[in-house]
Design a binder for this molecule. Structure first.
Ligand code: GLU
Length: 470
């Protein structure tokens, strides 16, 4: 058997809600490191908490990962399906005297905690069954299995982000491995799964740092290799407070629906807690080449929506026109009700895309700018367009129409006709063009007008223009 020495990383979300951007960043960092090193990136759905795990959340996580472009290697592992294996490990620890049965009743435990609270002591299990063999009174009574953790010395988490973090072992009580119903605890499940999946690096949110100490105690008792740990500082809102719903959408899907591109999200989330000098624009291929643990920041990162918009504008401009049309099509199909782009609409959009993409920072804005190209018929006017279409402008529009109709409807032909007309009437081209633009696009701003008229075609353009000509 050849040993695989390459790093093995994982993302291990609990399916109790959407994929949040904090989780997405964790997934991204793991993915980047795996891709950087040629290692593997695994996905484990931690559905051990049966009451809080839902199939909708599993689907949202898988979709979110796919949308973010964070492909994982091999089959998705579902933690709950491995409960027998987790139990077997607890039994093994019991058999080796490294775990014990604790028969303390819930009432006893409450009493114990209350006494500790009263005495101003930290609330911890006091180890009352640690060295105590069950007697006849315990026969048939429910029990939990607890780890016989080392009580002296300290547990040190060697963290690639935070450095060495020390926990005095006498501060950590004997944690429960199996509940009284025989179900393994989350803490046990994580350790067993990480070991069985051959995980070499555990990179996750800083909220799991305390768990690392606990998990190390189990690893130590099992004599298993210790993974490399890295705990990522939190993401704060723009105001420096902990990120919450108050700061806007948190789920990756919401960012997708606000019109951000996956490439933008990868770049943005990378920069939330990782840096390469002052570089802001770091396309994914470059990120894979550069990513390391050393440059992960130690302090919480701060959301900056303006930066996100600017970055998205950049990637929209960088995206090839056909790809952007496909992105826009997918975006429209997700709308309620879904909008399906026709083949002629796609052709128009592709032709107009070089100009459209200059004007948009999100797919929502791109859609707003492009709508006049993929829907037919008379336009509703936005306020600025309505303002332009004064009675005089409408009269001018009416005078311009026959001139345009006599042209060959090519962009150049239309422009020449409009120019000649403007000159003859002692007007500037813009005076003639603005009412045309307002009527044909419903807006005061659009990609080059005559090219757009030509793209829309004679018939469709005339329907729109005639509606506002007076
Ligand atoms: N399932 C945990 C969570 O969603 C992560 C556990 C881990 O990464 O070790 O927060």
């Amino acid at each position: 058997m050849t040993e695989n020495k390459k790093p093995v990383l994982r993302f291990a979300p609990s399916p109790t809600g959407m994929l949040h951007i904090g989780g997405a960043r964790t997934a991204l960092f793991n993915w980047l490191y795996a891709r950087h090193t040629g290692g593997r990136f695994l996905l484990r759905i931690e559905d051990t908490d049966r009451e809080r795990s839902t199939p909708e959340a599993v689907a949202a996580i898988l979709n979110g990962m796919e949308w973010m472009g964070l492909n994982w290697d091999g089959q998705t592992v579902y933690q709950f399906a491995r409960a027998d294996r987790h139990r077997a490990v607890a039994e093994q620890l019991l058999a080796q005297g490294k775990a014990y049965r604790c028969y303390a009743t819930p009432a006893e435990l409450t009493e114990m905690r209350e006494a500790q609270k009263k005495a101003g002591k930290p609330m911890r299990y006091d180890g009352r069954w640690r060295d105590c063999a069950p007697g006849p009174a315990q026969a048939g009574q429910p029990y939990v299995v607890r780890l016989k953790a080392r009580q002296d010395g300290e547990t040190i988490v060697h963290d690639v982000v935070l450095g060495d973090v020390r926990f005095a072992n006498d501060q950590l009580d004997d944690m429960v491995l199996l509940r009284s119903d025989g179900n393994p605890t989350y803490m046990l499940a994580v350790v067993v799964d990480d070991y069985d999946m051959g995980i070499t690096h555990v990179i996750r949110g800083a909220d799991h740092l305390n768990n690392a100490a606990r998990q190390l105690q189990i690893i130590e008792q099992m004599g298993w290799p210790v993974p490399v740990y890295g705990h990522l500082p939190l993401i704060n809102g723009p105001d420096g407070q902990k990120l919450s719903k108050r700061h806007g959408a948190l789920a990756v899907e919401a960012y997708r629906d606000m019109g951000y591109l996956p490439e933008t999200m990868r770049n943005y989330l990378l920069r939330l807690g990782w840096s390469h000098g002052d570089d802001e624009i770091i396309p994914t291929a470059q990120a894979i080449a550069w990513f390391n643990f050393e440059a992960i920041g130690k302090s919480p990162a701060r959301m900056d929506y303006k930066k996100l918009d600017n970055l998205n504008g950049h990637y929209i401009r960088e995206t090839p026109d056909e790809t952007l049309v496909a992105e826009l099509a997918a975006f429209l199909e997700r709308k309620v009700p879904p909008q399906i782009l026709s083949a002629p609409a796609r052709i128009r959009l592709t032709a107009a895309m070089p100009a459209l993409k200059e004007r948009a920072k999100t797919l929502v804005q791109l859609d707003q700018g492009a709508e006049f190209l993929y829907t037919d018929g008379v336009r509703d006017l936005d306020p600025a367009a309505a303002k332009l279409l004064t009675p005089e402008a409408r009269a001018l529009l009416a005078r311009t129409l026959p001139v345009l109709e006599a042209s060959d409807w090519s962009a150049a032909g239309l422009e020449q006709a409009a120019r000649d007309f403007a000159q003859g009437a002692g007007l500037k081209l813009g005076d003639v063009a603005q009412p045309l633009r307002a009527a044909v696009t419903g807006k005061s701003n659009s990609p080059p007008l005559f090219a757009m008229l030509s793209l829309l075609g004679r018939e469709e353009s005339l329907v729109r223009l005639r509606a506002y000509a007076a």
